[in-house]
Design a protein around this ligand. Structure first.
Ligand SMILES: Nc1nc2c(ncn2[C@@H]2O[C@H](COP(=O)(O)OP(=O)(O)OP(=O)(O)O)[C@@H](O)[C@H]2O)c(=O)[nH]1
Ligand SMILES: [Mg+2]
Length: 200
């Protein structure tokens, strides 16, 4: 069973990617619905993302009580056990909170559920990247350097010059990942999903 951890700062486009990724895996066959379970970790009680995702017709599980990357590791393990028991899916797509360090999530999973095969995809916001970088550098660096795939999202909102500055800046934090420029509110090229699904 595979787990894709989708990290990235608040509002970077994680949920928008999750919806398209789940659709790509499930395909047209609604019989396949339980092949994928989406696991949402959110800090607040009311979840807008959850409502959007439930309405999209996928299996969605939630971890509400706090960010699982540090203090709520036990909840994460319990949540994963329950998903496996209830659905035994081929794939779990986990949307981390915007303030999570995804590598901590992977360590917890590797430690407690070593049979799960975990990879990290990080979504970044091209429009806000340079503005966020200075105040958030530690967090953004931590989110990027653990990722196998990095999506530079919202490229529709920046011009070519700005995009190339953003790309140069982001690449300084990780030279090994596969990079893709996307607009998650438009159709994402299936090549991107294949890279996310194939990442180790
Ligand atoms: N123009 C544009 N807007 C986008 C793009 N991707 C996401 N958005 C918008 O950005 C906002 C945040 O997107 P989400 O997918 O909810 O981001 P998120 O990372 O899940 O947000 P949190 O879970 O709150 O951290 C929404 O209003 C999206 O419609 C994009 O490529 N282009
Ligand atoms: Mg979200």
């Amino acid at each position: 069973m595979k787990v894709i951890i989708l990290g990235g700062f608040l509002g970077s486009g994680k949920t928008s990617v999750v919806i398209q990724l789940a659709r790509h895996v499930i395909g047209a066959d609604s019989e396949n619905r339980t092949k994928v379970v989406i696991l949402e970790n959110e800090i607040g009680e009311v979840s807008i993302d959850d409502k959007i995702l439930q309405n999209s017709g996928y299996e969605v599980a939630n971890l509400f009580s706090g960010c699982v990357c540090c203090t709520m590791a036990g909840e994460l393990v319990l949540g994963l056990h329950k998903i496996i028991e209830d659905f035994n899916p081929e794939l779990i797509i986990m949307e981390a909170t915007g303030v999570a360090y995804p590598e901590n999530i992977r360590k917890t999973i590797n430690h407690s559920l070593p049979d799960l095969d975990c990879s990290i995809t990080c979504v970044t916001d091209a429009k806000r990247w340079l503005r966020l970088l200075r105040p958030m550098e530690m967090l953004l660096e931590g989110q990027l350097d653990a990722a196998e795939v990095i999506l530079i999202n919202k490229v529709d909102l920046v011009d070519e010059d700005s995009l190339s500055k953003v790309e140069d800046s982001i690449r300084t934090f990780n030279s090994n990942a596969q990079f893709f420029n996307i607009s998650a509110t438009q159709r994402i090229d299936p090549i991107v999903f294949e890279a996310i699904l194939g990442a180790k």
